[in-house]
Design a protein around this ligand. Structure first.
Ligand SMILES: Cc1cc2nc3c(=O)[nH]c(=O)nc-3n(C[C@H](O)[C@H](O)[C@H](O)COP(=O)(O)OP(=O)(O)OC[C@H]3O[C@@H](n4cnc5c(N)ncnc54)[C@H](O)[C@@H]3O)c2cc1C
Length: 187
């Protein structure tokens, strides 16, 4: 038996909200970083008329945009995880970190594929796997639709929408007391 008898829904919710969302935000972030690193290395080594593809202004513009996007995803994920660590209500932050974390990574993934040209499709190149893995972070711990519905509900509740006027305690706050792995004792 996980948790208390009769509290199964709470156990399921806490596993998805407290662990699933930050977990998937972190997975998206790792893939996002990998896509950017691989692309920077690729365009820096791909020859173009005595220089490299990275020397083209249009490519730098895109790399700069990808870098800004990665920073945005990092801030989202670390901010949500920090709030969770401090036992603060952060359901909306976790939803945004999970949902938008995937979207931002997928956008960079598409840029990375395009900047690799035909080589993006070469079997065995690491980017091929990174791109494929990125598609797996949409559904788990709530699809994008579900994250956006929860974010909209939080907003409507905050502004007194009649369908969302009942007092609501955030799951992250309700489960703030749940034991977590202590980094000092976890191998
Ligand atoms: C890599 C991976 C790991 C997973 N790990 C786990 C796990 O550890 N534990 C676990 O329990 N599950 C896990 N899942 C399952 C995951 O929770 C489901 O895939 C997810 O909940 C979506 O359900 P579904 O795939 O049946 O999609 P469907 O329910 O068939 O949805 C299809 C589409 O319709 C949309 N949709 C469906 N219902 C609604 C609605 N009511 N409102 C708005 N849009 C809606 C969905 O957002 C989606 O875009 C995992 C999935 C993946 C891909």
């Amino acid at each position: 038996i996980l948790g208390e008898v009769g509290q199964g829904f709470d156990v399921a919710q806490s596993s998805s909200i407290l662990y699933g969302r930050p977990n998937l935000a972190a997975v998206s972030l790792g893939l996002h970083e990998a896509a950017l690193t691989l692309t920077t290395q690729y365009v820096s080594s791909r020859p173009r008329h005595g220089k490299t593809v990275a020397d083209l202004a249009v490519i730098r513009n895109r790399l700069g945009q990808m870098n800004a996007r990665l920073l945005m995803a990092q801030i989202l994920a670390y901010h949500a995880a920090d709030m969770l660590d401090h036992g603060l209500p952060c359901d909306a932050e976790l939803c945004a970190a999970k949902g938008l974390g995937h979207e931002l990574a997928a956008e960079t993934g598409r840029d990375a594929m395009e900047l690799h040209g035909a080589n993006a499709l070469t079997e065995g190149r690491p980017l091929e796997r990174v791109w494929r893995d990125m598609q797996t972070t949409y559904a788990p711990a709530g699809t994008g639709e579900v994250q956006r519905i929860r974010l909209a509900q939080a907003l409507l509740h905050e502004h007194g929408h009649p369908d969302h006027h009942t007092p609501h305690t955030q799951w992250s706050a309700r489960h703030a007391h749940h034991p977590r792995a202590d980094p000092a004792t976890t191998p």
